[in-house]
Design a protein around this ligand. Structure first.
Ligand SMILES: *Cc1c(COP(=O)(O)O)cnc(C)c1O
Length: 500
């Protein structure tokens, strides 16, 4: 199976090229030329296997220039029971109240307690194998600018993976105390973490400049190294996410919640549009999904797009208690546009160009009709997010994080407006302990303690739930990284750290 660029139909690359390269030269994203199609018999066969078996089948069908052994190695290394706290990395919690039934697909049992682990635990294995095939086995140097969950998940994924080095830059003021501690205590011989004086944009601009700095690139080449990226538009991050929608469906059948062939809806707390897009791919491959409910926080650019057909990024940016969804440009939406236009790369290039130059684009009637057919958009502000966490805890004894609560709230709006009670899978994307302050404030009226770990302990005591081990162990972990630098010192820091 080969891949095209969303902005240039003549660009054709293999799976390993798509993953090694990350993004196409003209700025387009790589998309599969066709999709594997699964019949009910195929789904039936999947019922018999476990998560890893399903992952091997699905990813193998996409990665046609990988051997079965390479896929198997990658899957077995990524989704171990040890790393994900159990044989099934993505267990489902069922909430069945009088007015609604919800299946919460918990995607946060990995090493960093957020759903990015589902992709970033396997990406390093896919990437190193891709580089062996396409770049003579050069060492991959991964640079990441992060405002939160991605940096830590990338560090954990690439830690001690042979043939890789990873450097993460985060803004001094831009991450939560827990996120900072997660990164500063990172283990591994091939990792480094640097704080940048400035905001997320300064860190990201710095990384982009290094990627295109020809002097540094030559130095790397002379040392048999090559820059690579782990960001969310890489096909190697999207593909692993398709697996858990199939797996959830199989688990629901096996657990007697639905029958094989029944339709489901999917509801996803959305930022960059990767997670929800993975479920859309699953539907196009044969998973019976009726509606995709796209949940946003106050940064509701996607809600407006789905409702009006106009994407307008010229709007106020809100910093919310669900920070991983604080986004005004959802990069993976480009892939959806490509598929909704039946692969019209010229049209997609035109829309993306309009977004870059005017900050806005509108889709035509045909795309809007398809959007309406499949998608429903809604949003939830901080106040209602906290209320939803409080209600879920009080009424259902379920503790949700802020992102998951946005999805639960928007799903409630959807049912109220449409009356559609098709069984729903709601993506639960982070452990509540990752956002302890906002979650604790939602379930108690008492005054909150000052520091992060006291809040974590109090949340655990109050709700009688266990702190996930990876977060609990941070309290006494040794800080390894304390370097703070100016954004314009980043190139120097990279060269020194690589010793080239
Ligand atoms: C990244 C993230 C999201 C958004 O996912 P997208 O694939 O970018 O839409 C939602 N919740 C959490 C906790 C995240 O880390």
């Amino acid at each position: 199976m080969n891949y095209n660029s969303t902005r240039d139909k003549n660009k054709v690359v293999s799976a390993s090229q798509a993953i090694a390269q990350g993004i196409s030269e003209e700025g387009g994203l790589f998309v599969p030329q066709e999709l594997p199609k699964y019949s009910m018999d195929d789904l039936k066969a999947m019922l018999e296997t476990d998560y890893r078996g399903r992952a091997k089948k699905i990813m193998g069908d996409f990665l046609s220039d990988f051997t079965a052994e390479e896929i198997s190695e990658s899957v077995e290394a990524a989704y171990t029971a040890e790393k994900f706290g159990g044989e099934n990395p993505v267990p489902i919690s069922y909430i069945e109240s009088e007015d609604k039934k919800m299946s919460l697909l918990e995607l946060w049992h990995g090493p960093t307690c957020a759903f990015k682990d589902m992709a970033l635990q396997i990406l390093p294995h896919l990437l190193t194998k891709s580089m062996k095939k396409t770049c003579d086995g050069k060492e991959a140097v991964i640079l990441v600018a992060t405002s939160g969950d991605t940096g830590k998940a990338a560090l954990e994924g690439f830690k001690d993976v042979e043939g890789t080095k990873i450097m993460v830059f985060y803004p001094t003021g831009g991450v939560s105390p827990m996120q900072k501690r997660q990164m500063a205590t990172q283990k591994g011989d091939n990792v480094s973490v640097v704080a940048i004086k400035g905001n997320f944009d300064d860190a990201q601009t710095g990384v982009k400049k290094i990627f295109t700095n020809s002097e540094i690139k030559e130095k790397l080449a002379a040392n048999n190294m090559l820059f690579s990226s782990a960001n969310s538009i890489n096909w190697g991050r999207l593909l692993p996410q398709i697996v858990y929608y199939f797996s959830a469906y199989c688990d629901m059948v096996n657990e007697g919640k639905i029958s094989l062939g029944d339709s489901i809806n999917v509801c996803v707390p959305t930022g960059n549009f990767g997670n929800i897009l993975a479920s859309f791919y699953a539907m196009n491959m044969g998973l019976p999904v009726k509606k995709f409910i796209c949940a946003s926080n106050s940064n509701n650019v996607l809600t407006d797009f789905i409702r009006t057909g106009t994407y307008d990024k010229k709007r106020k940016f809100y910093t919310t208690i669900s920070p991983s969804m604080d986004i005004l440009v959802s990069s993976n939406l480009e892939r959806l546009l490509y598929h909704l236009t039946d692969g019209n790369a010229d049209k997609v290039a035109e829309l993306m160009n309009s977004l870059n130059t005017e900050g806005v684009y509108s889709v035509d009637e045909d795309i809007k009709t398809k959007l309406d057919k499949y998608f429903w958009g809604g949003y939830c502000d901080d106040e209602n997010t906290e209320k939803t966490i409080g209600d879920l805890y009080k009424n259902e004894n379920y503790l949700a994080d802020t992102h998951t609560a946005v999805a639960v709230n928007v799903y409630g709006q959807y049912v109220k407006e449409t009356g559609d009670t098709t069984p729903v899978v709601i993506a639960s994307t982070a452990s509540p302990y990752k956002f302890a302050k906002a979650v604790l404030a939602s379930v108690t009226d008492e005054i909150l303690p000052q520091d992060e770990f006291s809040m974590v302990d109090e949340l655990s005591a109050k709700t009688k739930t266990a702190v996930p081990t990876p977060l609990a162990s941070l309290k006494d972990a040794k800080e390894r990284f304390s370097l703070v630098c100016e954004a314009d010192e980043m190139p120097k820091v990279v060269i020194e750290s690589l010793g080239i």
